[in-house]
Design a protein around this ligand. Structure first.
Ligand code: UT7
Length: 317
């Protein structure tokens, strides 16, 4: 027993920030951002927190699935940008919904949504859950350095969620973790202990873009090839590949290496930028509501990012 996706939801804040507006803060241009990353605009919070976004996406996913909060056995959430270290996003979503089930967060940066699916699959396999809500929610605008043009132009705020119920839709997964903080890190506030001797690093995203780019392309290609081979499938059997939306050129490079048409990949980065753990569930919700997904379709979800980590799964819709 694994699970099937019963419904999806997403929420992004109203404020749209187009590339031109960013040129007011940093030395950049609409042309550079569109060509090098593929983003036209992103959403940015003006008065909502990551938890607010998570709660709204969760409510929409429950509505879409027809599941009541009291039916939930588990809520799992992921974030790297919540204002709150504790309570976790999942616990605040539980509170907002008036649910009573177990709830906790997982930290796996941009690939976290697939780690949430994998964790949920374990609960279904052990018969410990019949209905699970998973949420990725980010206010990335809180943790980018708005004076660093190599990061502040690429991220956006948003949340995505899915409700899972018993079924046999989670078919396989592949993970690659290369732990280390030399390529991407987000240091926390170091505290005010009079005994601690290390200096505060700036508490924003530090990212070596090119190293991340290389890791992303090679790991998602390796993961996708491994899953297809293990499941005796070819790309023709797959309705859509839903990639983490970090850079359109990463997706194009992966498509090229895998000899796949770019149309096989769902792409919405031009409207939201990189929303980290929310990027895949936002894409899934858009596809779901646009009627792109038919029951029985095979999907590959593939993500990469801080950790470093990559994660790919094969899902039957
Ligand atoms: O979700 C987490 C995972 N993150 C990612 O997957 C990010 C992966 N990496 C990337 O998407 C790309 O590496 C970036 C978008 C971050 C950067 O693009 P790039 O093509 O790798 O640029 P680069 O770092 O090689 O920089 C090329 C030039 C540099 O100028 P010089 O040294 O050649 O004069 C940068 O200073 O582009 C410059 N540059 C910019 N120019 C205008 C960097 N950022 C900007 C900017 N506007 N926003």
């Amino acid at each position: 027993m694994s699970f099937t996706v019963l419904g999806t939801g997403m929420y992004v804040p109203d404020r749209v920030v187009k590339n031109d507006e960013l040129a007011n803060f940093v030395d950049t241009s609409d042309e550079w951002i569109q060509q090098r990353v593929g983003i036209r605009e992103r959403r940015v919070c003006t008065n909502q927190t990551a938890i607010d976004l998570a709660c709204e996406a969760a409510v929409r996913a429950l509505e879409n699935s027809g599941v009541q909060p009291q039916e939930l056995d588990l809520i799992l959430a992921a974030t790297v940008s919540s204002e709150m270290v504790s309570p976790g996003v999942a616990q605040m979503v539980q509170h907002h919904l008036g649910a009573t089930c177990m709830a906790y967060d997982i930290n796996a940066a941009c690939s976290a949504f697939i780690f949430l699916l994998e964790t949920a699959a374990g609960y279904f396999a052990r018969g410990k859950a019949k209905k699970v809500l998973i949420v990725g929610a980010e206010r990335m605008s809180r943790i980018v350095d708005w004076e660093d043009r190599s990061t502040c132009v690429i991220f956006g705020d948003g949340a995505g969620a899915a409700v899972l119920g018993e079924g046999d839709g989670y078919l396989d997964s592949a993970f690659c973790v290369k732990g280390g903080d030399d390529v991407i890190k987000i240091p926390q506030f170091i505290g005010k202990s009079p005994f601690f001797e290390k200096e505060q690093e700036s508490p924003y995203i530090h990212m070596n873009g090119q190293e991340t780019f290389k890791f992303a392309v090679s790991s998602i290609c390796d993961d996708i090839r491994a899953l297809l081979q293990r499941q005796n499938l070819t790309a023709d059997d797959i309705a859509y590949i839903v990639p983490h939306q970090a850079n359109k050129r990463i997706i194009a490079s992966a498509a090229n290496r895998l000899h796949l048409p770019i149309e096989k990949f769902y792409i919405d980065i031009e409207r939201y930028g990189n929303t980290s753990s929310a990027s895949i569930p936002i894409a899934l919700d858009e596809m779901n509501r646009a009627g792109l997904l038919r029951r029985g379709d095979l999907l590959l979800l593939t993500a990469f990012g801080g950790g470093l980590a990559s994660a790919t799964c094969l899902l039957r819709w």
